[in-house]
Design a protein around this ligand. Structure first.
Ligand code: 6GU
Length: 456
């Protein structure tokens, strides 16, 4: 890759002789030429700037000087023919990229840097100082054949000139040029890599330093567990520091674990990225809860159950008074709800846990204290979002807090034929421990009883 830098401070770029960029030049992987803009001036004062037309503070760099400099660097007539001959190319070389650092440019991102590294073999970087370069310069080269123009910015702050930004561009692009970075694997998992997430934390010895320990899991040899832990750290860090990256990421790059992990922390794709709230319910949720229950209960029933029987059951059990009574009895019943942030009337899922149950399943399989998960309902529109898993985990955590027992086991029953529900609970650690008959309006349904955690 050939890089020409034009600046009024050529000595600034001595820094590129150091470290990886220096080695890359020694190895002929990068050719960096630094030019002094003043060498294209023709007046005795070697003037590169003038006062702004229309008035205002500062100085503007002259288009005529820049034009001379850029023509020569972008279209080195004799030289490019030489190169063609020497390398024996058939195809035309890639069009050079004129990169102009400016705080009003396109943000420089890893995706953009990757494209430049992939598609270009010649960069010309025009470093402006003062209030910038006369605007006609970029407009002129944009309109011209045989060159592409990129005005880029490092971020939302102002530097004195383009030199630091030019160094940033060269290092970011240069390290992606094949063989510049010794171990190409070190390019894979880093922040802003293909995953679009920030990188997980890293540690080395000593294992304890100033009272801080390397996380236990990294010292064991369980690589699946290590990968999971690192993934969660990436998600957690990105959510805290750069939620914008998550919200705009392709949700296909997130697996089931990722989705549930993020849903539990208030971000879900339904189907667009949406901030959600998980919380313990209160009386104000009454109407929404009974409405969602009436809507979802029929979906969990086996097909042989008649519509009338189901409708009757719903009417008796999921009316507002009945729900209000359960909500009022917070010693025994705990509802948890999920809804989009700021829209509590749009219930997406809910759970109902009996904190101090005394039903036959719990007596039989709970072997002492257990929580009874009476309902875990998620609207079909949130399928695959991780919300159901998140509310299940959240509800169990909250219920265990409510009974002040962080290990209390959880019992539930679900229809024998409901494979989706059984697989869901199994994926969350529940095991089938028995059977029961569940009566819906006088019709006996065969359920499995499942338990999370060991009975004590
Ligand atoms: Cl590329 N140039 C200048 N002068 N300031 C900046 C910048 C570039 N990126 C952020 N601030």
């Amino acid at each position: 890759m050939n890089i020409d830098i034009i600046s009024v401070f050529p000595q600034f770029f001595d820094a590129l002789q150091v470290s990886l960029m220096g080695k890359a030049q020694d190895k002929d992987l990068l050719h960096i030429s630094v030019h002094d803009l003043r060498s294209w001036t023709t007046d005795p004062h070697r003037t590169v700037d003038d006062t702004p037309c229309g008035g205002g503070a500062g100085m503007v760099m002259k288009p005529d000087v820049w034009g001379q400099a850029l023509d020569e660097c972008l279209f080195p007539r004799a030289k490019s023919e030489d190169r063609g001959l020497v390398e024996g190319r058939d195809e035309a070389p890639a069009v050079p990229l004129l990169a102009i650092p400016t705080p009003s440019g396109t943000p420089l991102t890893q995706r953009l840097v990757e494209r430049i590294a992939r598609e270009r073999d010649h960069l010309v970087i025009a470093c402006g100082r003062y209030e910038g370069i006369d605007s006609r310069v970029s407009r002129h080269y944009e309109a011209r054949e045989g060159v592409d123009v990129l005005e880029f910015s490092l971020g939302d702050y102002v530097l004195n000139g383009g030199e630091v930004a030019a160094c940033a561009l060269i290092e970011a692009v240069g390290r992606l040029v094949p063989e510049v970075v010794g171990n190409p694997m070190s390019l894979v998992e880093e922040s802003h890599g293909a995953g679009g997430l920030l990188e997980y934390d890293s540690y080395t010895r000593p294992v304890t330093w100033r009272g801080l320990d390397v996380p236990e899991v990294l010292l064991g040899g369980n690589h699946a567990l290590i990968a999971r832990k690192r993934r969660e750290e990436s998600l957690e860090k990105t959510l805290a520091r750069r939620p914008d990256l998550l919200k705009t990421c392709d949700p296909k790059t997130l697996d089931k674990h990722d989705r549930q992990f993020l849903a539990l922390r208030g971000l879900a794709w339904i189907p667009e990225a949406t901030e959600i709230e998980l919380r313990v319910a209160n009386q104000a949720d009454c109407g929404q809860l009974s409405a969602l229950a009436r809507r979802l209960f029929p979906l969990a029933c086996p097909p042989e159950l008649s519509k009338d029987v189901i409708a009757d059951f719903c009417e008796k059990n999921f009316n507002d008074e009945f729900m209000a009574a359960l909500l009022a009895d917070s010693e025994n019943y705990q509802f948890c709800v999920v809804h989009p942030q700021g829209a509590p009337q749009k219930l997406l899922a809910y759970t109902l846990i009996e904190l101090r149950p005394n039903n036959v399943e719990v007596r039989e399989y709970g072997e002492g204290a257990a929580l009874y998960m009476s309902k875990c309902y998620a609207d079909p529109s949130v399928q695959g979002s991780g919300i159901a898993g998140a509310i299940l985990q959240y509800a169990i955590e909250q219920a265990r807090v409510a009974v002040a027992d962080e290990d209390r086991s959880v019992i539930l029953g679900t229809n024998e034929g409901n494979r989706r529900a059984k697989a869901f609970y199994k994926a969350h650690g529940f095991k089938v421990v028995g059977r029961r008959i569940f009566d819906v309006g006088g019709v006996a349904n065969r359920d499995v009883v499942m338990r999370l955690g060991s009975a004590r």
